[in-house]
Design a binder for this molecule. Structure first.
Ligand SMILES: *[C@@H]1O[C@H](CO)[C@@H](O)[C@H](O)[C@H]1NC(C)=O
Ligand SMILES: *[C@@H]1O[C@H](CO)[C@@H](O)[C@H](O)[C@H]1NC(C)=O
Ligand SMILES: *[C@@H]1O[C@H](CO)[C@@H](O)[C@H](O)[C@H]1NC(C)=O
Ligand SMILES: *[C@@H]1O[C@H](CO)[C@@H](O)[C@H](O)[C@H]1NC(C)=O
Ligand SMILES: *[C@@H]1O[C@H](CO)[C@@H](O)[C@H](O)[C@H]1NC(C)=O
Ligand SMILES: *[C@@H]1O[C@H](CO)[C@@H](O)[C@H](O)[C@H]1NC(C)=O
Length: 268
């Protein structure tokens, strides 16, 4: 009776958690594979509570969250609103030592995000809800308990106001829920720009990464929030030899001239 209910719970756990199992060795017997898969899910998720953050030693201790940001494409740069419309790849990873197993055949598993503790990493300077272009329903967990969460988003982010051809833009990440007692940014925070944007009229260049701390302002939370700001310059490349572009340049400098001299109202 005990064994029967044990087997039954393995099947249930597998249905709930297991969407796909990565395996390296196809030559091994199927029985071994199912045994190991069953063992992983019964051992690592036995007593696992996804509402509790993966603190290793003593509370309070922050979970280091690593973040790799790649700017894939600049779709638009709105000069008036100072809004950058772009596509980004976001790879967030952290360690949950509770999700550890001795890997024999299975090197990683994938789990639904709702079944594990996950950090809170919103983009703070967005002006509209991000459009999720790719969001696998699952996260990858490897045998050491390292968890990887990949997303591709289209975001509209606010840049610093500037009249120059170069605008300082940013992607500001940070939680408004989890203080530095619960999560913090880890050592591995990277930001780069994909090389594919050759024909784009905007040229983004990485300026750097800044880390900031903000005091909590929502009651009853006390403590600090951590932020990471990924800064970039976006330069407008206007093709002056092109006839249409040069006329555009002409009109825009006329507008600039008129607005400098306070001629606000006019129509074409
Ligand atoms: C995965 O989690 C979402 C909520 O985050 C839930 O709606 C969905 O049913 C879950 N899928 C599975 C297979 O458990
Ligand atoms: C799991 O991921 C971590 C971090 O990338 C890596 O150091 C480790 O070797 C990986 N382990 C396995 C079993 O793939
Ligand atoms: C940081 O991320 C890079 C790129 O994925 C990886 O090569 C490196 O091993 C990571 N370093 C640490 C300390 O996790
Ligand atoms: C970013 O733009 C500013 C203003 O034009 C310039 O001073 C700075 O050197 C640029 N930084 C990089 C890394 O391109
Ligand atoms: C918040 O940060 C400030 C400045 O870094 C520090 O002095 C203060 O102790 C921090 N508060 C908490 C609760 O961690
Ligand atoms: C500028 O426009 C001209 C004419 O359309 C084109 O031949 C040239 O390749 C363009 N240059 C750049 C840098 O885009």
């Amino acid at each position: 009776m005990f064994q029967f209910s044990g087997t039954y719970s393995i099947a249930l756990a597998s249905l709930g958690f297991l969407c796909f199992i990565g395996t390296q060795a196809q030559t091994l017997k199927q029985g071994d594979y199912y045994d190991e898969a069953g063992q992983i899910f019964t051992t690592i998720f036995h007593k696992y509570n996804e509402r509790i953050n993966p603190v290793k030693d003593v509370y309070p201790k922050a979970v280091p969250v690593n973040l790799e940001l790649t700017l894939v494409h600049v779709l638009d740069m709105d000069d008036q609103k100072n809004v950058l419309d772009s596509i980004i790849d976001l790879r967030i990873s952290w360690l949950d030592p509770r999700l550890f197993w001795y890997a024999y055949i299975i090197k990683h598993i994938t789990v639904n995000i709702s079944t594990v503790w996950a950090p809170d990493v919103p983009i703070l300077n967005i002006v509209a809800a991000p459009q999720v272009l790719i969001n696998p329903r699952t996260l990858v967990v490897n045998a050491t308990g390292d968890i990887f969460w990949y997303q591709r988003l289209r975001t509209q982010t606010l840049c610093e106001p500037s009249d120059s051809m170069v605008k300082l833009c940013s992607f500001k990440f940070g939680s408004r829920q989890l203080t530095t007692n619960q999560q913090d940014f880890g050592e591995n925070v990277t930001f780069d720009v994909a090389d594919e944007m050759k024909d784009s009229p905007w040229k983004p260049t990485v300026v750097g990464i800044e880390r900031h701390t903000q005091p909590a302002y929502h009651q009853p939370l006390i403590g600090n929030y951590s932020e990471v700001h990924c800064l970039l310059n976006v330069t407008a490349i206007k093709n002056i030899s092109n006839g249409a572009s040069s006329r555009y340049m002409h009109v825009s400098s006329l507008v600039t001239f008129m607005s400098i001299y306070g001629i606000a109202k006019f129509t074409f």
